[in-house]
Design a protein around this ligand. Sequence first.
Ligand SMILES: Cc1cc2nc3c(=O)[nH]c(=O)nc-3n(C[C@H](O)[C@H](O)[C@H](O)COP(=O)(O)OP(=O)(O)OC[C@H]3O[C@@H](n4cnc5c(N)ncnc54)[C@H](O)[C@@H]3O)c2cc1C
Ligand code: SF4
Ligand code: SF4
Ligand code: SF4
Length: 447
Amino acid sequence: MTLATDPSKPYRPDALVVGGGIAGMQSALDLADQGLKVMLVERGPSIGGHMIALAKVFPTLDCASCITAPKMSASSHHDNIKILVNTEVQAIQTINGVHHVKLLKKATYVNFDKCIGCRLCEYACDAEYPDPLEEGLGAKRAIGVAFTNAIPQKAVLDPELCATCGTCARVCPTDAIEFDQQPETVIVETDAVVVASGFALNSLNVKPQYNAMRSKNIISGLTMERLLAPHGPYGRVLRPSDGKIPSSVAFVQCAGSRDASIGVPYCSRVCCMYAIKQAMLLSGALPIADITIYYMDIRAFGKGYEEFYQNAKAMGVNFVRGKVARIDPVDDGDLLLHVESTEDAENFLQQHRHDLVVLAQGMLPEWDMSGTTPVRRAPDGFVATPMLTSPTATTAPGIFVAGVAAGPKDIVDTIAEAGAAAMQVSQYLYQKRSIAVDQTQAAVLVG
Ligand SMILES: Cc1cc2nc3c(=O)[nH]c(=O)nc-3n(C[C@H](O)[C@H](O)[C@H](O)COP(=O)(O)OP(=O)(O)OC[C@H]3O[C@@H](n4cnc5c(N)ncnc54)[C@H](O)[C@@H]3O)c2cc1C
Ligand code: SF4
Ligand code: SF4
Ligand code: SF4
């Protein structure tokens, strides 16, 4: 939605939100509902964040898109929210209380004002590449709309993959393709910022002893989400190496967290719960398969989470307490897990064979703001929130944080925090503007 503003003046939002995931959308909606003008800036081609890739969510097993899609739609239709996609926030400089936010608008090679989202360019393009949204399992074209319910429904061309054949330009009914488009850097001024830049996962190869680089059947939690999604790459759960229906699936917990030697000493807080969720969904999808979760501790701290864990046990999911020391690929794509049990003293060293293994990777901050913004990082790398009484305030006045940008958390906590950040922004703006009005009135009286 483009706001009706004077085109001769640059658009100046009351608040700018960095990141269009669930945290950013919730903060933007709460601010906009209070009458504040918001700019929601997303680096990718659509808003939605990581939740777009999830199948269902713990602990309710609601479909993820049933939560995300209404918020995407509400954000895009709100008169007070201006959405910029394919745009990266690169730096923030604060001068006299005004934040100057540096944005890189990437070249999309498609004129968004002309594109009607018909996808004719996508159907005509022969240049195929692994789809990042399907964790590389499905295929995507060099040009196209990011996914079916992407917002906005606009095509983007990837110059790295384009064979410059020109077919898309020939089939486009609105002449929207612009091969000569250039990236643009712009500075937006605003009084408040919400950082909702979310997370990345550490590499599957962060622990070489797990040999993920030697087997396609050692996958990430996000890949398992896509395998379980009704519209996933295969439409059902198959193992990537040979398309076999798995009969024995292992989840290896803490595979990229709680280990200072890999730089992630903290707990990523959601992987126990999403492994349990995926195990339950797998029990439904593959009723005769064995499903085992290898864990050191189960972190099930939220409302209803312990019951969810107990339900998984009752459904027949195996829980083995111990540390997976090594994973060796064996014949037929199977995997041999070497496990140090912490519950069976007589059988301390165990070996278990599975045909698909899911590693619980560690959550890392997506955007390193140190050096380019006045915001400081905590020792774990996430945005520092030093005030216990004001948990979404950062070290920089007028800059607030929400969601996983401040540290690993689930969707419930992310949404609650995003609402709190919006409240803090409106309180901050009210105080700032009241002081400005008082000073103006005082100056008039003195004058
Ligand atoms: C495999 C897996 C399964 C999960 N399952 C569940 C579940 O069932 N239930 C549950 O409660 N939680 C679950 N979670 C956790 C859940 O995904 C997060 O709580 C939630 O996505 C956090 O949302 P967010 O908006 O903070 O971050 P994100 O979803 O990461 O969104 C951040 C957005 O910011 C954008 N961005 C980053 N940097 C910039 C920049 N500089 N400029 C512009 N944009 C930027 C990114 O592109 C992204 O779109 C799961 C996590 C994983 C990994
Ligand atoms: S670029 Fe053209 S062909 Fe492609 S989706 Fe947009 S309008 Fe349709
Ligand atoms: S010019 Fe590039 S994007 Fe367009 S159809 Fe050819 S390969 Fe695909
Ligand atoms: S949530 Fe569970 S699997 Fe993830 S790091 Fe914490 S203890 Fe390990």
